[in-house]
Design a binder for this molecule. Structure first.
Ligand code: ADP
Ligand code: MG
Length: 684
């Protein structure tokens, strides 16, 4: 992944060892300094054999009574060791002749390991073994245990660390005032404390990484991450883009023609985006807004700002259904204003597609909506100045970048990325800190809150009756089929079975079915029928998860809700509650519930706010899984933990700003120290 040079002049490290160390991302003494221990072992004390407690690591010293290689139940080296208090059996399943030699009767050894009760009394399996002279002093510091890889022993790592602590400058790169304010020790002090903890250091605090020395290193790591993200942000500001000043021609006309007024949040975010677009460098903005907060209008206004300047804008959506819905909505809004919208998707016939392509390529049509078909080769948008990516988390980094490349003449288009999966602030700060973030934190007025019901699947009939009653009153309902992650075929089968059962159970209703395997025209016809009210009940797989907007639908049923993720449940539930009728979401679950399944259902039942749900999701799943595919090039955190160390993240961000403005040399030195030649290549 990185093309760093092999280390030059790393004393005592030959080519073979260097190769192995490189696997740990250690390419020189400076890297070794920051290779911090995983945990510590207390070899400063000896435990009398009689006082060993099963399950606790401890060190004993004694005389070898005897040792032998036994062959049953499998080949192993077995030794008996005695001290004044008792005797202990030690076993090694893999061993070297050198170890056998150390275990000659009469030898003095120290063993470090976990004792457990064995058939012949207490024993240690695979203890660490060392020969000692009688009366040899004990180490006066806790022994660090480093992360390692095959062929690199702890002793080697310790030696390299000791060398590096001698040879490397341990310059303090953080301002003293900040350290003082945050109560953090200096760099050299922290490194010594971690690599050579004092004998009286609290091993528990060290292991839990709460020790001030750990806090210092985590803070510096977070700081470097912020520095590289800020740098990327500044680099983007240095690029050229088309300035699209707000002319309030088409945008004003659209607002005029709508039957509603923008919410306060839409107006605020719209103004932020309008100001970004007017600048001659590319916007890179993430618009977060909960399900139903009205992101599409904000996007439409941005696209119109491009059009009223004579430039093109393209909006990409992750599913056919959603792209088509956007196209219809934008056309309905914009065609009366004389603005054409091209629609590109795999479902369009070749002739229609080619006509659209020609109109876009000639610049006759300024706005385009589509699926990833937009980034396919023959599409040219010669005057592309704005790219909108809806439900951006559904796209890979590469797809988002590909659309950006559709612009011509070396100009970067402005980018607006939209997401209804809110990212908690701590995560946004580290994963998207190179983006500007806008939040739509207000729902359009007149919505009645969605009521959520949890129903065991033994009461499925009652749910069916409820669907019947609602639809006979003129409402519409979704029925989401169980998610079957292991098999798409099975998932399809289940959807078809569910559809058949519901058709039979509800003869008085008009029931439709959509799933991912339908031909695009069929999908689109079914969605159109549901939208137009020609279907009462739509049985669906998760193809309707994102974006679908049918305001008259007010009942959502999700079967086997315990199988869905929190973000997914929140998205699905957001398909209702879009009109004025009171909406209900019924989550049918099957017993027995797993611990996480139960926890998730509780969260979704108790919370309606997407940000609160995302925070809970983060708590249940942890940040790694939460973000999924990482943003390209964001330096990984090795030590800091976004949740646990959230308190350090904010000051790290402030200090990053401060250093970039007032001490760029220190900023550079910090980035060199932590990233070396691996300087993060931030692109997105
Ligand atoms: P999302 O943020 O989930 O993409 P949409 O853009 O689909 O939300 O908007 C949800 C619904 O709210 C749509 O039917 C849209 O036309 C409507 N809407 C958007 N803004 C407003 C507003 N200010 N007042 C009333 N309805 C609005
Ligand atoms: Mg949307």
């Amino acid at each position: 992944m990185n093309a760093t040079q092999p280390p030059r002049g790393w004393p005592g490290v030959g080519a073979q060892l260097a190769g192995r160390l490189a696997r740990l991302d250690l390419r020189g003494p400076r890297d070794v300094l920051l290779h911090l221990p995983l945990r510590y072992e207390d070899e400063t004390r000896l435990t009398p054999i009689a006082r060993l407690r099963p399950g606790f690591p401890a060190q004993v010293e004694g005389e070898v009574l005897g040792s032998e290689v036994v062959l049953r139940p499998r080949r192993q080296l077995v030794a008996r060791i005695a001290d004044d208090s008792g005797t202990l059996v030690a076993r090694w399943l893999n061993f070297y002749p050198s170890q056998q030699k150390l275990l000659a009767p009469g030898g003095r050894v120290r063993l470090f390991g976990e004792a457990r009760g064995g058939f012949f009394g207490l024993e240690m399996v695979h203890p660490r073994l060392r020969a000692v002279a009688p009366g040899e002093a004990l180490p006066d510091a806790l022994t660090p245990v480093y992360p390692t890889t095959a062929g690199v022993g702890q002793i080697t790592l310790r030696k390299l660390v000791a060398q590096a602590l001698q040879s490397e400058p341990l310059d303090e790169l953080l301002p003293a005032a900040w350290l003082h304010r945050l109560g953090l020790p200096g760099f050299a002090e922290a490194l010594h404390a971690l690599h050579h903890p004092a004998p009286d250091a609290d091993p528990f605090a060290l292991e839990q990484r709460e020790h001030p020395a750990w806090q210092r290193m985590k803070f510096e790591e977070l700081l470097v991450q912020q520095l590289s993200l800020r740098r990327a942000w500044l680099a983007r500001r240095a690029q050229a883009a088309v300035a699209l000043p707000a002319r309030a021609l088409l945008t004003a006309a659209l607002l005029e023609s709508l039957p509603f007024r923008p919410t306060g949040a839409q107006a605020r975010v719209g103004a932020e985006i309008a100001a970004d677009l007017a600048a001659p460098h590319p916007m890179q903005r993430l618009l977060q807004g909960d399900v139903g907060s009205g992101k599409t209008l904000v996007a439409a206004l941005a696209m119109l700002q491009a059009a009223e300047n004579g430039w093109q804008a393209a909006m990409m959506a992750p599913t056919e259904i959603l792209a088509e819905q956007h196209w219809k909505k934008l056309s309905a809004w914009l065609e009366p204003l004389g603005i054409g919208v091209a629609w590109l998707s795999g479902s369009r016939r070749k002739r229609a597609r080619e006509a659209e392509l020609a109109r876009l390529a000639s610049g006759e049509v300024l706005l385009a909506v589509g699926t990833h078909a937009l980034i396919e080769d023959p599409v040219t948008l010669p005057r592309l100045a704005l790219v909108v990516v809806d439900e951006q988390h559904r796209f890979g980094v590469r797809q988002r970048l590909a659309l950006r490349e559709k612009g011509e003449g070396g100009r970067r288009p402005h980018m607006l990325m939209m997401s209804a999966t809110p990212i908690p602030r701590t995560l946004a700060m580290t994963h998207y800190a190179d983006l500007d973030v806008s939040v739509l934190d207000e729902l359009p007025p007149g919505r009645t809150p969605i009521r959520t019901r949890l129903v065991s699947d033994v009461r499925r009939d009652e749910v069916v009756a409820r669907v019947r009653a609602a639809c006979l009153e003129g409402r519409q309902a979704y029925w989401v089929c169980p998610l079957i992650e292991e098999s798409e075929a099975l998932q399809l089968q289940t959807a078809q079975d569910t559809f058949a059962t519901l058709v039979e159970a509800l003869p008085e209703l008009r029931v439709g079915l959509v799933h991912g395997r339908l031909r695009n025209e069929e999908k689109s016809a079914t969605m159109a029928a549901f939208s137009a009210g020609a279907l009462d009940l739509l049985v669906a797989t998760t193809v309707i998860e994102v974006g679908v907007d049918v305001p008259n639908a007010s009942l959502m049923v999700i079967e086997h809700a315990e199988r869905f993720g929190l973000a997914q449940l929140h998205q699905l539930r957001g398909r209702v509650g879009r009109g004025t009728a009171e909406s209900v979401c019924i989550l049918i679950y099957a017993q027995p519930l797993s611990q996480t399944g139960r926890e998730r259902l509780k969260v979704i039942y108790e919370n309606i706010d997407g940000f609160a749900i995302a925070r809970e999701d983060l708590r249940i799943r942890g940040p790694g899984e939460f973000v999924g595919a990482r943003q390209s090039g964001v330096p990984l955190l090795r030590y800091a933990d976004l949740e646990l160390d959230a308190g350090l993240a904010e000051p790290a961000r402030e200090l990053a700003e401060h250093l970039l403005a007032h001490d760029p040399a220190a900023a550079n030195a910090l980035m060199r120290r932590w990233l070396g030649g691996r300087e993060a290549l931030l692109r997105a």
